[in-house]
Design a protein around this ligand. Structure first.
Ligand code: KIV
Ligand code: ZN
Length: 528
């Protein structure tokens, strides 16, 4: 049997895959998604066959509530979870958002470590247990599937952790999740915690033990796998390892480790591994967060063999240097998409391999732009297509206030870089024109836009890259602005890199304006 065929078999214990891309993943700085984007990701997660989709934290904002409500109404084959603190208003709101779910789960959490008890919650151990038990009981009165997480479990004193876990299982928790909230644990340590719980919690057999690891020390996947060895049967993870700070355990790495090393872990998952690449691309396109080139499983280099000796070995026998096959995770055989004579069906097929299921109207828009690009460029690659789709989705879903009408810039050596920008306000038709000088034409254009839109924002990140090789390549700009303490991403593409920069900047500015019009998550409410 080939290494890559050593998947799970029917008699192995199954590990539940709990995907929290839409909740913890969305807490990645700059990764905010709107409801339509969350629905699209949820659809792909269902095709991927994750067991649980954590769709959001309903109490934090009306947008989060709406996203959980709509995901719950859409998804039929996965459990849909909503997060709540152990308070009545959080839990009731989560239950309300989950009303339409076929299989709803309320996920309640309460911090248990000494440092959180003392400084964050200012509560004694007894009060923490009381809050947790009451939270679980209330949630159980509303749904039959309740998960409890003792936040910062890995820094909690073990005897107290045992006491909390036992109490919440008695109160009716059906899953108990052990988070390494600050990514402090190591594989040996984390395995020991899980083993300790199995040895000391008398009623542990009545709940599924889950783990949720953050990646601050780069150990989230290793810690999750160590916990599986100790008996954990649910792993919480995110696509591309997105998440608060350094992220969460990456779903694709956890799943492919369990699958490829079934000889070690002796567990299976329900995951359709061939859907991994499409969902990874989709999440990257919609969040604007690129996957690092050498990222395991889904990075551009994950299956690239550069050294001559490796290429020779691969030609002689694939498994000399390959432990998984790219097709096992849904990576298409070639990146060359289509040429100028390709039809709508070929385009639709390719888009589906990249995780996009577009309605007819959007497909027409993409096709139109694809044809225009194919007239200018000999070859159109996946990256070009993703940029076209990303920009169309950005424009149609993120209600725009300002459109770019005209842009003129001058730059060069020995001249004063200048930009003139003309914008049109979609809501009232107002035309606004300004001119400015700057360090360069891009800087000058940004100054005009800030003055014209009266938005107070600072540019935190600016990234320009050629989407593909060749002199006819399109330039793509991805940037991040900070306004009122929140970050907003924008993306633009054009064969003219100054225009791409201005489109990206204006997209981010439109997001700032939209956020100011809708109630925002506060720092303490929206992040945990
Ligand atoms: O990291 C964490 O502790 C969490 C909990 C809410 C599970 O995200
Ligand atoms: Zn977390």
């Amino acid at each position: 049997m080939s290494t890559s065929e050593q998947g799970s078999t029917a008699d192995q214990p199954m590990i539940r895959i709990f995907d929290t891309t839409l909740r913890d993943g969305e807490q990645s700085p700059g990764a905010s998604l709107n409801t339509a984007e969350k629905l699209e990701i949820a659809r792909q997660l269902e095709l991927l066959k994750v067991d649980v989709i954590e769709a959001g934290f309903p109490i934090t904002s009306s947008d989060d509530f709406e996203a959980v409500r709509q995901v719950a109404g859409l998804v039929r084959e996965c459990t849909v979870a909503g997060l709540a603190r152990c308070t009545e208003k959080d839990i009731v709101r989560a239950a309300e958002a989950l009303k339409e779910a076929v299989s709803p789960r309320i996920h309640v959490f309460c911090a248990t470590s000494a440092i959180h008890r003392q400084y964050k919650l200012k509560r004694a151990e007894k009060e923490i247990i009381k809050m947790s038990v009451e939270g679980v009981k209330l949630a159980r009165s509303l749904v039959s599937d309740v998960e409890f997480s003792p936040e910062d479990a890995s820094r909690t004193e073990l005897p107290f952790l045992t006491e909390v876990v036992q109490a919440v299982i008695d109160a009716g928790a059906t899953t108990v999740n052990i988070p390494d909230t600050v990514g402090y644990s190591t594989p040996d340590h984390f395995e020991e915690i899980i083993r300790h719980l199995f040895a000391t919690v008398a009623n542990i057999g009545q709940a599924v033990i889950s783990v949720h690891c953050h990646n601050d020390l780069g150990l989230a996947v290793a810690n999750s796998l160590a916990a599986v060895k100790a008996g954990a049967r649910q792993v919480e993870c995110t696509i591309n390892g997105l998440g608060e700070r350094a992220g969460n355990a990456s779903l694709e790495e956890v799943v492919m480790a369990l699958h490829t090393r079934a000889d070690v872990y002796k567990c299976g998952t329900r995951i359709n591994t061939r859907r991994i690449y499409p969902v990874s691309r989709l999440v990257s396109t919609l969040t604007g967060i690129k996957v690092q080139r050498n990222k395991a499983i889904v990075g551009e280099n994950a299956f690239a063999h550069e050294a001559g000796i490796h290429q020779h070995g691969m030609l002689a026998h694939r498994e000399t240097y390959e432990i998984m096959r790219p097709e096992d995770v849904g990576i298409p055989a070639s990146k060359l998409v289509l040429g100028k004579h390709s039809g709508r069906h070929a385009l639709q097929d390719r888009l589906s391999q990249l995780g996009h299921q577009l309605d007819d109207q959007r497909l027409d828009q993409v096709f139109e732009q694809f044809k225009q690009l194919a007239d200018r460029k000999k070859e159109v690659f996946d990256e070009d297509l993703e940029a076209i789709v990303g920009q169309i989705l950005d424009e149609s879903r993120n209600a725009r206030t300002w459109d770019l009408e005209a842009l003129q810039t001058t730059g060069g050596t020995g001249v004063l870089p200048t930009a003139t920008v003309k914008l049109r306000n979609r809501q009232n038709g107002e035309i606004a024109i300004d001119a400015a000088t700057g360090d360069g034409p891009v800087d000058a254009a940004f100054t005009c836009i800030l003055r014209l839109t009266k938005v107070d924002a600072v540019l935190r990140e600016y990234d320009l890259r050629a989407l593909t090789g060749g002199r006819d390549a399109q330039g793509e700009v991805q940037l991040e602005l900070v306004a009122s303490g929140r970050s907003f991403r924008g993306r633009g593409r054009s064969t003219d890199v100054i225009e791409a920069s201005v489109i990206a900047f204006l997209n981010a500015i439109n997001r700032v304006i939209r956020a100011a019009d809708s109630p925002a998550k506060t720092a303490t409410e929206g992040k945990v």
